[in-house]
Structures are given as C-alpha cells and as structure tokens.
Design a protein. Structure first.
Length: 285
C-alpha cells in the first residue's frame, strides 16, 4: 500500500486546533516538530493512498481552512517502508492510568504498579496516540481487575487485547477483518508473551462469536457498531460492559441510542480531544 503524507505548517497558537483536526481525519498517527525561531509548528499525518483516502483528504483540507486558517498544507505520496520508518521516528510512549504503551524498539522504563504493553503497530491502527484508542485503553484499565473474559473488536495492532491481558484478563479474543492487522496483532501478542490468554482471529462483528464476555471493546465507526450492537446482548455476560469509540460528539448520541435499543443501559460518555466513547452495561438477572 502507498500512503498520503499530509504536512501542515501552522502558527504555534493554532497547532493544537490543527492537531485535533488532523487526528479526527487521520487515525494512523500524528507527529509534530518545531520550526526554530519562527513560532510555527509542522504537523504530519497519514492517510492510505486510496479513493477513500483522497476523499478524506478533501474533507481535511476544508476542515483545516475553517479551524486553523494560518496553516499551509503540503501533500506527498510515500511507500510502505517510508511510512513505517517515519512512524517509528515519531512514536513515543503513552501512559493511560496503570498502562504504559511502549514502542518495541525503545528501552522501556515502567514505574511501580504499571502494566507494560510493548507495541509495534506497523501499518495497523492502534499505536496508543490516537484519542479514541486512549479512551478504550482507559476503559480497559477501569474494568479489568483480573480473571475477566474480554472481546476486542477491530483489534488493529492488538493494543487493547494485550492491555487487557497485561492487567490480568483470563481470556481475550481479538478480532479484525484485515489480514495484515491480524498478522501484526499476533506478532505483538508474541512480543508481549501473552499468547496463552490472547487469541487473535480474522473476522468481523459478532456473528461467529460463541462466548460471553465481561467486557467488549469496539474502536470502530458508527456504521460498523450498528451491526455489532444487534448481537451484543448474547455475547455479554450479565452485568458485562460494552465500550464503543471511534466517533466524535455529533455521533455519540446515535451510538448511545443504538446501545439502548439493543437492551443495554448507557452508563456514561467519555471525551478526549474531540472524540467520544460510550460506556454501556448489560442487565443482571
């Protein structure tokens, strides 16, 4: 696959707004560097060089023009190897509660009481830097206390599944419909030594799942979540939690309504940098 690299040269005071805009459109990652002596920042993000990627690029340009008028946008197409190398240069550790996500090629330093997730996301979504991933990591950190069964839908790099295992989940099933993501997730599972508790499987949705989970985490689009929520009731244990992210405030209420329509009780909506996560709970007998 080839990638579109978007570079935005923006004034310092507009860099946070521009960064949030880029992350809403480009979940594969974001880097930031200073321009010495000029009071400006250069932000870089990436989209797949596909028809859908070019459509998102057009939307991104319009959003940047509205939200960060001082920014100038540059675009170039790069290959897989270049994209992975660039991502590695800018990747950094991420800490969410008891969890620390650390790139595999860096020396890891983890404080007392922290659970370490060593990760090489490669071309899969889920480096830990995107707000929707952080919202899901926070949910895993909140609900996993040891011995749980967890479903990670749209696992990408495997980050959420590995985090659950590191926090003591007894059994984790991680599902993704992308063959490359499955391969990357399995490699990350091995790198973290959690093969006994985490199974990575290629698939989509919950149609073939035959287990009852204490926690289901789905970092996906609202359209995909709509299909998942039709089956979530039979896959959640009594009192189990369902956490969905991958959308902004405009779609959060719709996802919450879908969760309620599926028989779940919505217990909260969390926010982080323009993204939302809906938390819901299955009934108890």
């Amino acid at each position: 696959m080839r990638w579109i690299e978007i570079s935005v040269d923006v004034r310092f005071q507009d860099s946070e707004t521009a960064g949030d805009c880029l992350l809403r459109h480009c979940p594969a990652g974001l880097s930031e560097s200073a321009k010495p002596g000029r009071g400006r920042r250069v932000l870089r993000a990436y989209l797949p060089s596909t028809r859908d990627g070019r459509i998102v690029l057009s939307r991104l340009r319009r959003a940047l023009a509205r939200e960060a008028a001082s920014g100038s946008v540059g675009v170039r197409v790069i290959g897989d190897t270049d994209w992975v190398s660039l991502w590695r240069v800018h990747a950094k550790p991420v800490r969410v509660g008891r969890l620390t996500v650390h790139p595999t090629w860096m020396r890891s330093r983890v404080g007392s009481g922290q659970a370490l997730v060593r990760l090489d996301a490669g071309q899969a979504f889920g480096s830990g830097e995107h707000p929707s991933t952080q919202l899901c990591l926070a949910a895993v950190e909140r609900y996993v206390r040891g011995g749980e069964t967890v479903l990670d839908l749209g696992t990408g790099s495997g980050i959420l599944a590995i985090a659950a295992a590191r926090l003591g989940a007894r059994r984790v099933l991680a599902i993704d419909d992308d063959e490359l993501a499955v391969s990357i997730a399995r490699a990350n599972v091995r790198a973290n030594g959690v093969e006994r508790s985490v199974l990575v499987r290629r698939g989509s949705g919950l149609g073939r799942v035959r287990m009852r989970a204490d926690l289901i985490v789905a970092n996906l689009t609202p359209e995909i979540l709509a299909g998942i929520l039709r089956h979530v009731g039979r896959c959640l244990a009594p009192g189990g939690r369902f956490v969905a992210s991958g959308f902004g405030p405009a779609r959060a209420s719709a996802v919450a309504r879908l969760a309620q329509a599926s028989g779940l009780r919505v217990v909260g909506v969390e926010a982080r940098r323009g993204w939302r996560a809906v938390h819901a709970e299955a009934g108890r007998p």
